[in-house]
Design a protein around this ligand. Structure first.
Ligand SMILES: [Ca+2]
Ligand SMILES: [Ca+2]
Length: 215
């Protein structure tokens, strides 16, 4: 039976056009989907995949393409490729899209049972993201950064105004991974160059450049 979302049965999961708010695809009306995630984890399907709630991994059109990762907490650009890795409870894992399993890359050893990082984002080095978590004894913070080399050269993500703002909203309780204003993933187009000009000590002019088609 095909169910249609209504006021009494809102969409459990929905993907919307950011410009108009129109629904592109949705599923599970009336289901309280507690967590979900969207990230490019499978290079065989263009764009981001999404998962969470009933069903498996979905492609950018909402079609089910196979089993989904168990982790729905966080995504982090960590290894050398343009796909995003998974972060849950201090463990960074690579999604093996052929075997449909998560393969650990780093165990950060979180204090307690915290699922989400204190903060994760691109703060140091190149465009890959760092992980800030409490030390197991709770007396300090630890910042982890990748040791994987990469052949991809991108401007650091904090140059992107949307991404920079997303780092701020991570500190507003229901924190979720930051995303830049352009597609960063397998088969991506060159991102727009940041329009930043230093004009003096500690001052800068930022003129946001937008990808083709975005107004
Ligand atoms: Ca990667
Ligand atoms: Ca970085």
């Amino acid at each position: 039976m095909k169910m249609t979302p209504s006021a009494s049965k809102p969409r459990g999961v929905g993907v919307h056009d950011a410009r108009t708010g129109a629904v592109i695809w949705s599923h599970s009306p009336g289901v309280d989907v507690t967590a979900g995630l969207a990230a490019d984890v499978d290079p065989r399907h263009r764009g981001y995949e999404a998962w969470g709630g009933p069903g498996g991994l979905r492609d950018a059109r909402g079609q089910e393409i196979g089993p989904a990762p168990r982790s729905t907490g966080w995504a982090i650009w960590w290894d050398g490729d343009l796909l995003r890795e998974l972060l849950s409870g201090g463990t960074i894992a690579k999604w093996n899209w052929e075997a449909a399993r998560e393969e650990p890359l780093l165990e950060a050893g979180l204090r307690g049972r915290s699922i989400r990082p204190t903060l994760a984002g691109d703060f140091l080095g190149d465009w890959r993201e760092e992980l800030l978590v409490p030390a197991p004894d709770g007396r300090s913070l630890r910042l982890y950064t990748t040791t994987h080399p990469t052949s991809h050269r991108l401007d650091t993500l904090m140059h992107d105004p949307q991404y920079r703002l997303a780092i701020a909203w991570q500190n507003v309780v229901y924190n979720k991974p930051p995303n830049p204003s352009f597609f960063l993933g397998e088969g991506m187009a060159p991102p727009p160059r940041p329009q930043i000009r230093l004009i003096g000590k500690g001052e800068a002019i930022v003129t946001e450049s937008r990808p083709e088609g975005i107004r």
